[in-house]
Structure formats: structure tokens, C-alpha cells
Design a protein around this ligand. Structure first.
Ligand code: FES
Length: 157
């Protein structure tokens, strides 16, 4: 048996619980953890310079002079008919070349910050070697073999 006051108190409790649940649901929808990480990563990164490359059979060739890859430490995204590549020049004759396709959900990685390539979709960050620095990606980026001679970088497909 319920008293009139009990019914009003139960109704108030129900309404308060419903309001808390609705607030929590709205907060989760507006600020999921991955989204805030992606927003932070996007804010701190900038687009990579892009270089067009030629494709010849199983090779992508890039002339590096007058590009960001002309100097040691330079980084760029190479765009070609067979895909896009993230390139870091590590010394006079050595380059690290990675696929620009994110290992998380296959977005095109276009951005870079001080120390990492940054995926614009969910904020994953990768070292120049392709290893994951920050998820949600869990797998490294695929790395390609290269040669370099007379200012021409060759990426072996
Ligand atoms: S596709 Fe999700 S972080 Fe790159």
C-alpha cells in the first residue's frame, strides 16, 4: 500500500534518474573519447606537402630536388596513380616510405605534427618508421623498400 507522498517521491526519483541517464547519453554522443583525441590531433597537425610521382611498372619514381625531400629531415606525401606514400628523408641516401592508407579504417593520412604522421579521421599517430604512437590504430603502416641515386627516389612496389 502506498501513501500519496510516496507516489510523488517515486515520481521525482524516476524523473531525476531519467534526466541523469539522458544527460550521460547526450554527453557520450557529443564527446566520445576517440573524437576528442582526433580533434586534438587535428588541431596540432598540418597538411603534408604533396609531390606528384611517376609510375613505371613496379616502381614509383620521384625527383627530389626542389622538393621538401631535398634536405635531410624533409617529409612529404607522394601521390601517384597507384596510391599515396608518406616519405621521410632520414639521411643523405636513406628514406623511410610508408603507405598513406591508415591501418585503422583505411583513411588517407594527409597530416603531420612535430613527431608523427597524423590520420585526420580518428587521430591515430604514426612514427616515421610506421609504428603506432597513438591509436585507435593498432597495426603499423606498411613500409616499402627504396633506392636512391642521382637525386631520384625509387619506391619498389
Ligand atoms: S582511419 Fe581511424 S585513425 Fe585512421
Amino acid at each position: 500500500m502506498t501513501e500519496p507522498g510516496d507516489t510523488a517521491a517515486s515520481r521525482r526519483c524516476f524523473c531525476a534518474a531519467a534526466c541523469r541517464a539522458a544527460s550521460a547519453w547526450l554527453a557520450a554522443a557529443a564527446f566520445p573519447a576517440g573524437r576528442s583525441e582526433a580533434l586534438r590531433a587535428a588541431r596540432d597537425s598540418a597538411p603534408l606537402p604533396t609531390i606528384r610521382a611517376d609510375v613505371d611498372e613496379n616502381r614509383v619514381t620521384v625527383r627530389t630536388e626542389s622538393t621538401p625531400l631535398a634536405a635531410v629531415g624533409g617529409r612529404a606525401r607522394i601521390a601517384s596513380n597507384v596510391g599515396s606514400f608518406l616519405v621521410t628523408r632520414t639521411d643523405e641516401r636513406t628514406f623511410l616510405v610508408l603507405t598513406a592508407i591508415c591501418s585503422h579504417e583505411a583513411c588517407l593520412i594527409t597530416d603531420v605534427d612535430d613527431e608523427a604522421y597524423v590520420c585526420p579521421c580518428h587521430g591515430s599517430r604514426f612514427e616515421a618508421s610506421g609504428n603506432v604512437l597513438t591509436g585507435p590504430a593498432e597495426l603499423p603502416l606498411y613500409r616499402f623498400d627504396t633506392t636512391f641515386s642521382d637525386g631520384v627516389l625509387v619506391i619498389q612496389l
